[in-house]
Design a protein around this ligand. Sequence first.
Ligand SMILES: [Zn+2]
Length: 277
Amino acid sequence: MRALARWREDFPVCESAACRKRPSPWRVLAGEKPGVHLQGHYYCGPECFQKAAQEIFSQLLPAVTRRQSKRHRIPLGLVLFSMGHISQPDLQGALQAQKDSGAGRIGEHLRQTGVVSEQQIATALAMQWSCPVYPLDSHRRFLDCARLIPIPLLETARMVPVHYLPSSNFLYVAFAESIDYTTLYGVEQMLDCRTEPCVATESSLEQALEELRQQPRPAEVVFDSVTDACEMAATARNYALQLGVTNVRIVCCGEYIWTRLESPAQTNNLLFQIPLR
Ligand SMILES: [Zn+2]
């Protein structure tokens, strides 16, 4: 049985229905590993890979453009009021300020007027989203997770991965505004882990993001004008060929289609930013 599994591993069948080729025994005996794995499926060469990638991009594109609105929650102002942190006039004043400025978050308006502290906002957010507060300013473990998620994804969702537990395969991710469950789902699919959201103060999250920007990271390339599945697949193919990639995974993550290319030497991330229709 073990010999059969080994044989299947060394001579996988191309998953493209029109191809079904196995790698040449001579190339395998010469120590080469031709072909590439895409979402765990084997493709024998650039043509079969590109076709399969195009199909995946076509399937993911509608999911990105149909970005889900945030789940309904009790408004943060009401949570702060019910916790006794603000009075009714404070709440009305902040709502009016938000209306007058036409932008901004209610917590930010309240904090600027000195009515509530950052810590109180974080506690209220944690109550709003039913998750714990993470003391990001006093814990440095987020630096161990620095390479897991590309910076543009962290900046867009305003989040930082703070702690990874290999024993249970849990990744704790801190947010400071609202919890972006669609992005978390993309992260779970890409990293094959389970995520657990938590809340951190705005300033500690910003500080952590700044430190992560200074860390050595895998290459991250953002494409903001490649929005067609065919062009995305051609781009992924070109990078895969150039970098000698062996494993590719493509997921929808917030407003991006995140493509991770792994070769024995390095990991590269391609981020296709998709405008909301
Ligand atoms: Zn093939």
